[in-house]
Design a protein around this ligand. Structure first.
Ligand code: ATP
Length: 368
């Protein structure tokens, strides 16, 4: 169960800074996800851990050993890519046995490892099949089996589930996590899919532009994002502008642009400050418009609607100016239609306050 430590790792490609001073410790037996938009440096970080890319600066330690310049073969790592090389004229058994054979193990040990790996990945009945007789999820299982059969205790997954259909993917996420936990492996899983990261990982490392923005358990990142980008990237959030009108012992009141007031449990933001309130779609509820003013009841008009099966998803233009998303459980046909005036009730107990960014909101909402 190896521990992985990255110490101020950077990787430059001419002017491009792919990875920028990354410090990270992945503990023994931990399953972490490296999450972020395309081009944020996830794969480069993973390749540096694997020894496939040399960092420009910094050090890599696996189990306390300095391995920055060690070749991949000396790091005892199992690697699964989305598109991995598979020998087309070899059956599943031989493909899975390739790693242990390369390591010079004897026939009995190879046989044991391949059998175990096929059992774990539910491929025993496919052992004699050629790759072109398998479907995509089965091929992906071969990739995992091959990595397991090497006997490596550290698994690196690079968008390994990226080619799967959503339903198959959900099943595979569950299985992959079970395999890692049952075999007491350490896993680092690169994905740009925030749902996958939340479903699979003990901790998520959110990267943007080569840097780590936040590391935490899925619930910590979801409910306590430390950055507007994360609040936007994980799940679906609304961002409402206001000015702090009152700070009390238990929270703050924020005046929106139409004069309505949102009360949040967060304090420590000075009165008079311009702020952004980040509040998730599922924490908003619609009710028929009523002409009254109360904290956290904000007037608006329905301007969009989508049926999501289990949810009604509305778009509401607030009198304060913002367009917000509202997601409600769909127990019956939608109770509101386009152009309906509504009052949006906001549960602000899990809302997060951010200082208004000096460079405006847009750069923080960009998914780059
Ligand atoms: P994706 O999900 O699209 O693979 P990523 O988060 O894994 O993205 P990386 O592949 O690590 O990102 O790339 C980070 C940055 O480094 C990108 O701007 C990319 O174009 C650049 N980059 C990566 N590899 C090379 C290379 N071999 N030569 C030049 N630039 C590179």
């Amino acid at each position: 169960m190896p521990e992985v430590k990255l110490s101020t790792i950077s990787k430059h490609y001419d002017e491009v800074i792919a990875v920028d001073s990354v410090n990270l410790t992945v503990h023994n037996g931990e399953y972490v996800a490296l999450l972020g938009p395309s081009g944020c440096g996830k794969t480069t970080t993973l390749r540096i851990i694997a020894g496939l890319t040399l960092p420009t600066e910094g050090d890599v330690f696996i189990d306390g050993k300095h391995v920055t310049y060690a070749p991949p073969g000396n790091r005892d790592i199992g690697f699964v890519f989305q598109h991995f090389e598979i020998f087309p004229f070899w059956d599943v058994w031989d493909n899975v046995g390739y790693g242990p054979k390369l390591r010079g193990l004897d026939e009995i040990e190879i046989e044991k490892r391949v059998w175990e790996a096929l059992k774990t990945t539910k491929l025993t009945d496919k052992a004699d099949n050629l790759p072109d007789e398998l479907n995509t999820p089965e091929l992906q299982r071969v990739g995992v089996a091959r990595a397991l059969a090497t006997g490596a205790r550290l698994m690196l997954f690079d968008e390994a589930l990226g080619a799967l259909d959503p339903k198959v993917k959900a099943i595979f996420q569950h299985e992959l996590r079970k395999i890692v936990k049952k075999n007491k492996l350490t896993a680092i899983h690169v994905t740009h899919d925030q749902q996958e990261a939340m479903a699979i990982a003990d901790r998520i490392i959110v990267m943007r532009k080569g840097r780590i923005l936040q590391i935490g358990k899925p619930t910590e990142l979801y409910y306590k994002p430390n950055d507007i980008f994360i609040a936007n990237f994980l799940g679906e959030s609304n961002f409402i502008e206001g000015v702090v009108s009152k700070v009390t012992e238990t929270g703050s009141e924020i005046r929106l642009r139409d004069g309505s007031i949102l009360r949040t449990d967060e304090k420590a933001i000075k009165g008079g400050r311009r702020v952004i309130i980040s509040i998730r779609h599922e924490l908003l509820k619609l009710q028929p418009f009523e002409r009254f003013s109360a904290l956290n009841f904000i007037p608006g008009k329905v301007i969009g609607y989508r049926f999501l099966g289990d949810r009604h998803s509305y778009e509401v233009k607030l009198d304060a100016g913002e367009i917000v998303g509202v997601k409600e459980f769909a127990r019956a046909p939608p109770p509101f239609k386009l152009e309906d005036p509504v009052t949006v009730r906001m549960d602000t107990s899990l809302a997060v306050l951010f200082s208004y960014p000096s460079n405006g909101l847009a750069p923080h909402l960009s998914l780059e």
